[in-house]
Design a protein around this ligand. Structure first.
Ligand code: ADP
Ligand code: ZN
Length: 751
């Protein structure tokens, strides 16, 4: 038997090795192996077993690495699909499906010393008072880690060892699982009685699961599913999560597991709690594994193995959780499916929502994409029959959607001579909320104090030396910072231009820091908390701030997109959007869609309790369709007109995009290479129908981290064919040494 192996060093190639007889039982697809490669030994992963090899003089596998078969054959197939579709080397795709914490040989189970109480043979030996105390602490718990016992009984390891000598306790090394949520108190919950809309959605999902529930045989080739994906379009507060929970219960009852993807790690504390609470007891009791990038390598290792061993039947996580080895997999839920964080911004540049749909189809699992503001792509897929649309247009308990008022900031600017941060209307509304002890959330998607530092006399603007963006002023740290590369600079006290030296340089534009400062001046008694990535550096900061807000210790929460989504606070009756135009002016065909989604999501934070919510949207272009449709909560209206625009310009969802980005420190060389690349792409794509090639052109962010960037954008209705052609081109393409090329299929970030 011969094993086909990909190496962990990316070579876009697979290699054949003999399986020595003593390893035949251990080596299967997914097994990690040490193999001779040139003069070295390297690690690789077995991707296929074959009878014959086109090569002669094969070398043999040296040994197996780590625990057997960490990847299931099905997940391995998925990695292959990712490599093909997203045009990346197979070993890079493979690296993604197998997290580093699991791949690394050294990170393994953590062993700790555990102490248990024991009964010595014969008469109980005499103990000192201190020893009695320690024993009592232990006996209350039966067993505990040595470290914890020492801390809890305020004693030393020495004392515990004495007890061991007397036969009253045993001390032994044991695997101890790391649990990232160990310190949380979770109260069990029971299923709620669903309303009519929820019932209809759940029934559609469970019916599809029944149809898909053919006998599961992991070794059989994946069959095309009869049921496809659902798009659950439910307004904010319509109770989507409860539908997910009951759909998962249904999967568990049928002996199948579930994967739940949630976009932001920041959202997980509340979400994870809801899932753990539901499945922490009762007949469907199971561990809920959590996978995201904020876990330590050890925690990730343990969570992963809990899944592989089948002890955790539910997995919640960020995008890479789509590769979790849940088997058999009954259900995949992608919450907030429109979120861009599902797209990985480095190779393999996969989109977890799309991978979810592919995985679901291959493993016969039902896929539910949920959102209050579905992506245009998914919405379009319900129109062309690829997905089934499930709608929940009203809130639970028929709670009203908040009233959205758009404030024309041009008028506010006229009244106040200059642009105020708060319109009189919003100020008044905040005052009312403070009087009534209700809470307010204010949203501005830009951190820092001001977006630039300008000299009004000579026009100087403080620029990043490495990137084509202006530096943001951060008042608390008293420094200028680049939001692209992180470069920081001192704040000049006079204009740095030698001929100018004007002392009256000014801050232009605003960020959350400035909103917070202005708010403090306007409402000195209010308890205000800012939430953005400058302030919330650790997951505990975020949890603490949200916890304080929840129990009413904070009146006003000011934040970036960190507070826009998913949060549920009953006492929030006012939401203010400080500057709604911000996302409208991005050089991106999705700018309108993003603005609509953001406004709708932010507005959805208001009025989730008993009191009706009110939303103020401050804008300089108050009549823009994205703002007006959001004001009326008119999804269909927005989507229909946006689809028309996309169809006219041949943009997604009518086509798919492949974005080729070339980078170099030399702009001249870059221009030359970009022209050459375009010719090569044209040659490679000969015969592909309806291909639009735009560019080469400077990227919207021309310079980032000291590299110039040029782009070629390809749009086609037949992406798999184009991907194949591009992959072939990449293997032969010769670029100058200092020019690199990145291929992004279905990009969400066009900058
Ligand atoms: P969404 O995810 O659609 O924004 P949630 O699932 O967070 O909405 O539900 C909003 C609130 O309504 C939650 O507090 C949830 O517990 C509650 N809820 C959901 N379904 C029901 C129901 N059938 N009966 C009573 N309360 C419900
Ligand atoms: Zn920079």
């Amino acid at each position: 038997m011969i094993a086909r192996v990909t190496l962990e060093i990316a070579l876009r190639k697979e290699f054949d090795y003999l399986i020595p007889p003593e390893l035949v039982d251990e080596v299967t697809i997914g097994t990690r192996v040490k193999i001779p490669f040139g003069p070295r030994q390297v690690t690789g992963c077995v991707t296929a077993l074959v009878e014959h090899s086109p090569h002669t003089n094969l070398r043999a596998i040296v040994r197996v690495v780590g625990e057997p078969s960490l990847v299931t054959p099905r997940v391995l197939e998925l990695a292959r699909w990712i490599a093909d579709y997203y045009c990346c080397a197979p070993e890079i795709a493979l690296r993604s499906v197998l997290p580093e914490a699991v791949r690394k040989e050294k990170s393994g189970w953590r062993e700790r010393l555990f102490v248990r109480s024991a009964t010595p043979p014969g008469e109980r030996p005499k103990l000192t008072a201190r020893q009695e105390e320690v024993l009592a602490v232990l006996q209350a718990r039966g067993e505990m880690p040595l470290q914890e016992l020492v801390a809890a009984a305020e004693t030393t390891a020495e004392t515990v060892r004495r007890l061991e000598d007397k036969g009253l306790v045993t001390v032994a090394a044991e695997v101890s699982e790391r649990d990232p949520y160990a310190n949380e108190q979770i109260l069990p919950t029971v299923p709620l009685t669903l309303d009519a809309e929820q019932t209809r959605a759940l029934t559609a999902i469970t019916t599809a699961m029944e149809k898909a529930a053919i006998p599961v045989d992991a070794s059989a080739p994946a069959e095309p599913a009869s049921a496809a994906a659902f798009l659950l379009h439910g307004v904010t507060g319509s109770g989507k999560t409860e539908v997910y929970l009951q759909a998962i219960a249904h999967a568990l009852e049928r002996g199948r597991g579930a994967i739940v993807l949630v976009p932001e790690i920041a959202l997980t504390p509340q979400t994870v709690e809801r899932f753990k609470a539901r499945f922490s007891s009762g007949p469907l009791r199971t561990l809920v594994a959590v996978l995201h990038s904020h876990l330590s390598a050890g925690e990730r290792h343990d969570e992963w193995h809990k899944i592989r061993q089948g002890r955790a039947r539910i997995v919640i996580g960020a995008r890479s959780a789509i590769f979790a080895p849940v088997e058999p997999l009954g259900l995949i839920i992608v919450d907030e499916e429109h979120e861009h964080s599902y797209k990985q911004e480095e190779a393999p540049r996969y989109h977890a929502r799309d991978v979810a749909v592919v995985r679901g189809r291959r493993e016969n699992s039902v896929v539910v994409l949920g959102s209050a503001t579905p992506s245009l792509e998914s919405y379009y897929n319900t129109k062309n029959g690829k997905y089934t649309l499930l709608e929940m247009p009203t809130r639970v308990d028929s709670k009203k959607m908040p009233v959205v008022r758009v404030v024309d900031m041009r008028q506010a600017a006229r009244l106040e001579k200059g642009v105020p941060i708060f319109s009189p209307q919003l100020k008044e509304a905040i005052t009312q909320r403070l009087e009534r002890a209700e809470q307010t959330m204010l949203f501005l998607n830009r951190r820092g104090y001001s977006s630039s530092l300008q000299c009004p006399k000579c026009g100087y603007v403080a620029q990043c030396p490495n990137c084509s963006v202006s530096l943001t002023f951060h008042r608390r740290d008293d420094k200028l910072a680049c939001h692209v590369c992180g470069h920081t600079a001192k704040v000049p006290s006079v204009c740095p231009e030698a001929k100018c030296r004007n002392p009256a340089i000014r801050y232009a534009g605003m960020g959350t820091e400035r909103v917070e400062e202005t708010l403090t001046k306007l409402f000195p008694k209010a308890r205000i908390q800012r939430m953005d990535s400058d302030l919330m550096k650790r997951k505990d900061d975020y949890r603490r701030a949200l916890g304080d807000f929840k129990i009413g210790k904070i009146d006003i929460l000011v934040g970036t997109q960190m507070i826009a989504k998913g949060l549920h606070f009953e006492n929030v009756t006012l939401v203010g959007v400080i500057y709604a135009d911000l996302s409208l002016h991005m050089p991106d065909f999705r700018a309108g869609e993003r603005t609509f989604q953001l406004l709708t999501q932010v507005a959805g934070r208001a009025g989730r309790g008993d009191i009706e919510g009110e939303v103020f949207v401050q804008a300089f272009t108050p009549f823009h369709p994205a703002i007006q449709f959001a004001r009326r909560h008119d999804f269909a209206g927005f989507y229909d007109q946006e689809l028309e625009f996309r169809a006219q310009l041949k943009y997604p969802p009518f086509t798919r995009v492949a974005l080729l980005t070339l980078k170099s420190r030399s702009e001249e060389k870059l221009q030359f290479t970009a022209d050459f690349l375009k010719v090569e792409v044209e040659k490679a794509a000969v015969g592909l129908k309806d291909l639009v090639i735009a560019g080469p052109a400077p990227a919207p962010l021309l310079r980032a981290e000291s590299f110039y960037r040029y782009q070629i954008m390809l749009r086609t209705p037949q992406m798999p064919q184009l991907s194949r052609r591009l992959a072939a081109l990449l293997t032969t393409l010769k670029l100058p040494d200092d020019v690199t090329l990145a291929v992004d299929v279905d990009p969400v970030n066009l900058a």
